[in-house]
Every structure is written in C-alpha cells, then in structure tokens.
Write a protein that binds this ligand. Sequence first.
Ligand code: PSU
Ligand code: MN
Length: 305
Amino acid sequence: MTPALRISEEVAAAQADGRAVVAMESTIFSGLGLPSPANVDCLERCEAAIRRRGAVPALTAVLDGVGVVGVSGSETERVLAGSAKVAARDLPHAVAGSLGVGVTTVSATVTLAAAAGISVFATGGIGGVHRGAAVSGDVSHDLVALSRHPVVTVSAGAKAFLDLPATLEYLETLGVPVVGWGTDRFPAFYTRDSGVGVPATVSSGAEVAAMLTAARALGHPGGVLVANPIPEDDELDPARIDAALGAALAEVEKRDLRGPAVTPLVLAAIAEATAGDSVPANLALAENNAIVATEIATAIVAGGA
Ligand code: PSU
Ligand code: MN
C-alpha cells in the first residue's frame, strides 16, 4: 500500500538537522483562494520570506492519494491549478480514494503538519463561525483542528465575512489559546481591528515557543492561534470592505450557497467590489504571516521545544 503521508526530502532533511520548518496550506494558493497569477506570486513571496530567514517552507496538499508535506517542483503547478478543497474530514476519503489533486484547508494542513512533526503553520485567515450559524450550523472545522493538534497557526485573524465575536467565543469553548502579535485586538483579515479584543498579546517568537512548552508540560492539547494583523500600509478601508462584504453575502444568499462553496464566491466578489485592491492586501498579509511564523519556528527549534 502507498503510505498515506509523504514528507519531502528537503523538509525531512531540515527536520533531521534541527532547522525550522513552516507548513503552509494550499487552498489560498489555488483558484479557490486567489486569482491567477496573484496565487503564484503569493506562494513565491511566502516561500521566499521563509527561506530568506533560514527556514524551509512545507506546502501541503493531497497528490495522487498521498498527503504531501513539502510540495515542490512540477507538483506545485498541479496544486496551484487544483480545485478540490480538502478539509480534515475529507482527508481519509481523499487518501483512500486516490484523489489526484486536493488543496488543503487550515484544518487539513494542521492535521498533516502534526502528522509530519511540524509545529508552526502560516496561513491567510482561518475559517470560523459563519454569520447565521445558529441556523445553518456552519462552523469551520478549522477551529476544532486548532484545539486538537499541537501546531501554532499564524493568521491575520479569521475570514472577514465571519461572525468574529462568535468565532472567538468558540475558540474559547474549545480551549484554544489566542494571542495577538503586537496587538490586543483580533484582526479582521483586510483590516487590523475587528472591534473584538484578544485574551493576550505577544511580541516575540520566543514567547510563543514558551507557550507551546508550557502547554505540553501541563498536558494541554492543541496549538496556539497567533493573530497577526495585516501591515498598516496594506490595510483596506473598513467601510469599503463592509460594503463589499454586504454585497457578497447577499449574492451567497441569493444563490443559496452552503458549506465549502461559500468562501471562494465571497473572495471573488470582494476582489470585484474593491476593484482588485483586496488581492495585494491578501498577498501582503500572507507574506507577513509567513515572516512571523518563521520567527516562531526558529525560536522553537532554538529552544528545543
Ligand atoms: N481564508 C481566505 N481564503 C481561503 C480560506 C480562508 O481568505 O481560501 C480557506 C482556508 O483554507 C480555510 C478554509 O481553512 O477557507 C475554511 O473553509 P470553510 O469555511 O469551508 O471551513
Ligand atoms: Mn464550513
């Protein structure tokens, strides 16, 4: 039988040498996340940011029925063109059923990173509690995955169109530590302040590494969510984003879309409503998350956590 997990040679070598590794999801780099060619640009910027700081990026995906940690070379093009969204619940069928190309969400990436022994993961924005979830029941498994696997996730908050106060409540219910990177505010993806606070603030990778060590020593399962706001220069105008979100969510309702189909449509509608300005903002926050994730991963290997 083909093994369910494959760690690339480069990633395995970095782990053996005690060098920092940063996992990355693939949904944001696929057509479901960013339009072409911004998706390629985004991946290159994130990988370069990680490498420039001496760490190794580990893009995750499902390829021919194998959970791959460290997608590289010609495999990358297949992943960028992928359109089958694989969350954690989809992994067993994707692997057992030999799915050709599956792009991994936050929940699937946290699962694969933990299986590969990687402690830090950089993304754009996590999924969470959708507006109207009391009726639809749509709460992303991303939140549960963060509570289940000992992986630090760096994100610019959660997706902007979610119910952010409810998302933070749900993270509290699950016992996921949430820390703001140099801020006491929970960011809202394209903007730096969602209006909701975070329970604690950190400003260095060493502080996050120490949290992971403490969690392990106390038998606290799961990871840490590091909320890293979009850089000030790249932030979008909150009023403009609100208007774009309103229009996008009305379209979702009109088309009666549910579940995994919602995000791709909303992101495309926001890009259209902001005349494309949301795309460079998305790239900037993803790169910024890769930078912070690398600082944390470097502190973890330095501290032997
Ligand atoms: N945020 C974005 N673009 C995305 C996602 C998040 O700006 O494409 C993806 C992430 O991969 C996240 C997933 O894990 O959406 C959550 O999807 P859902 O809401 O269906 O659980
Ligand atoms: Mn969902």
